[in-house]
Design a protein around this ligand. Structure first.
Ligand SMILES: CC(C)(COP(=O)(O)OP(=O)(O)OC[C@H]1O[C@@H](n2cnc3c(N)ncnc32)[C@H](O)[C@@H]1OP(=O)(O)O)[C@@H](O)C(=O)NCCC(=O)NCCS
Length: 146
């Protein structure tokens, strides 16, 4: 069972220790940087991803209530835990969390670093996201519609 847990003094280091594969380092910021950014951004909502009591990933969502725009800002599953279905289970939870926090939501966004091979886009397509054709800060934008 995958759950999202608030990051506390007690579990902080278990989240900071999570790493992606070397070839994925250009796709997502470190969790330390994301947590620091999240603390200074009122739109950020971030949690550790846990399989029972073990930290396996990190997610940060962006709730821009003013612009009515919502999205996945950071998302990672630790390299040791990839390929076990945790990414899919976490994405199902992300869809639920956004809907619970913003019941009128009809869609949300994310962006990915375009790569010839090994990017996250194929994963997101499998999770029901579609390319919008837009580019934001050099990243390709995708949208999920409920
Ligand atoms: C992308 C990521 C979150 C996927 O997590 P995961 O736990 O390995 O994914 P799952 O095991 O739940 O895989 C679900 C499905 O997606 C597929 N999949 C996972 N990663 C994939 C990839 N990079 N390319 C193609 N398919 C992929 C799996 O094969 C599986 O397919 P299936 O259901 O048909 O068998 C993880 O690889 C990761 O953290 N990557 C590095 C950070 C990153 O890119 N974050 C996104 C920033 S935009």
């Amino acid at each position: 069972m995958i759950t999202f847990k608030e990051i506390t003094k007690e579990n902080l280091f278990s989240i900071l220790r999570l790493k992606v594969h070397d070839h994925q380092n250009d796709q997502v910021a470190s969790n330390a940087v994301s947590i620091a950014e999240g603390h200074y951004d009122k739109n950020a909502w971030f949690r550790g991803i846990f399989k029972e009591d073990e930290a396996v990933g990190f997610v940060m969502l962006d709730f821009d209530h003013k612009e009515k725009e919502y999205g996945v800002w950071r998302f990672m599953i630790d390299k040791k835990h990839q390929g076990k279905g945790y990414g899919r289970a976490s994405m199902d939870l992300i869809k639920q969390v956004i809907k619970e926090k913003v019941p009128e939501v009809t869609e949300f966004y994310l962006s990915y670093v375009p790569k010839e091979e090994g990017g996250a886009d194929e994963f997101y397509r499998k999770m029901g996201f579609k390319d919008t054709g837009e580019i934001s800060h050099g990243e390709k934008v995708m949208c999920f519609k409920y």
